[in-house]
Write a protein that binds this ligand. Structure first.
Ligand code: ZN
Length: 233
């Protein structure tokens, strides 16, 4: 094999420099995306198409991002899911245990006057539906209505037993003038190959105790659709 010429060495060096530069750029981009927090909802300049002044007796629905919704008839508030904290994407990717942000929860509950919550009803037990349910219930007298895993997440946060209800499907639950019925459903197939994501690890995603519980694997992604009905008064 002939000895490489000076031109060969220059060509290899050039390719090596380009390769290293591309690798550094890709890694830097990956780290930048990893460390970038998702934007605050207030940063979204979203203008609703229709602005209506709600009637005094109207039921209002307030969206808190992800799938947390507040139903309020003026007397009773029902919270579907309880996720106000926003763990960083880096925490999730690096599998850092996430925790409720007490200051943020206090801020949201004060700003939106969450003083009359009768029930918190997570549609399933993944952290983006349940991370803050215990903190919210402990700041109110709200009942938590959900799966056995949801109940254990509540217990792990120190919620008193008389505020915890393990839900049954197709049963009407009454809170004030609201009637809520949970209908067995399935999680959206958003995992790899259509699988349900994190079926086993969801309770480990928050630093709740107990970290796992009998039936947690099966229950973590037990999902419900729900109807929320306001009784005519
Ligand atoms: Zn989920």
């Amino acid at each position: 094999m002939p000895a490489p010429t000076l031109d060969d060495l220059k060509s290899w060096a050039t390719h090596a420099v380009i390769t290293v530069a591309v690798v550094i750029a890709v890694v830097a981009l990956g780290i930048a995306l990893l460390l970038r927090d998702r934007p605050d909802i207030d940063a979204i300049d979203w203008q609703p198409l229709t602005v209506l002044e709600p009637r005094p007796d109207a039921v209002t629905v307030t969206w808190f991002g992800v799938s947390t919704l507040l139903f309020d008839d003026g007397d009773t508030q029902i919270l579907i899911d309880g996720f106000f904290s926003r763990p960083s994407l880096a925490d999730l990717v690096l599998d850092v245990p996430v925790a409720s942000n007490a200051a943020h929860i206090n801020l949201v509950m004060d700003k939106y006057q969450l003083r009359r919550i009768a029930a918190i009803i997570p549609v399933h037990s993944h952290f983006d539906h349940t991370l803050d349910i215990g903190a919210i219930a402990n700041r109110s007298s709200a009942s938590i209505l959900g799966s056995a895993t949801t109940a254990n997440i509540a217990r792990g946060a120190g919620v008193p037993e008389d505020q915890i209800l393990v839900a049954e499907s197709d049963v009407d639950y009454t809170f004030g003038d609201f009637t809520v019925r949970l209908i067995d459903s399935v999680h959206a197939p958003i995992g790899w190959g259509g699988a349900t994501p994190l079926p086993e690890r969801s309770t480990n995603r928050c630093n709740c105790r107990p970290r796992s519980a009998p039936g947690a694997k099966a229950e973590a992604t037990r999902s419900w659709s729900r109807t929320v009905r306001e009784q005519p008064s």
